[in-house]
Design a protein. Structure first.
Length: 114
């Protein structure tokens, strides 16, 4: 079951280690960053890099005190933001296709890429 959830998290752009760390935080709650690597099964040398990457993606919050503590943010909020970004991207692609069709309308079929 855990592997299935990790696989699903990867479809949202998370790497293997990021998925493990995020899932562990969701299950265990607020955790000291220095202990998290053991719980998540990731290399100790990568834990702070992974936490920074997850924070940039809006999935975790970290305290600035020592020892640093971290907690997961709501996955549904992240998923909604992710899907909104993808919808915007799809609309931009659709508009670009329409613009190119309009510009080439009336011309013979031409090579689109050189």
């Amino acid at each position: 079951m855990r592997e299935e959830i990790l696989k699903k998290l990867k479809t949202f752009g998370l790497g293997d280690y990021e998925s493990r760390v995020y899932f562990t935080l969701q299950v265990n709650g607020k955790t000291k960053a220095g202990m998290l690597w053991k719980e998540a099964g990731v290399p100790q040398s990568k834990i702070y890099y992974l936490l920074d990457a997850l924070e940039m993606k809006g999935l975790v919050e970290q305290t600035q005190r020592n020892p640093r503590e971290v907690r997961a943010k709501s996955f549904l909020r992240f998923a909604n933001e992710y899907l909104t970004e993808k919808k915007i991207l799809l609309r931009e692609i659709d508009e670009s296709i329409k613009e190119n069709k309009y510009l080439l309308k009336g011309f013979r079929r031409r090579r689109v890429f050189s």
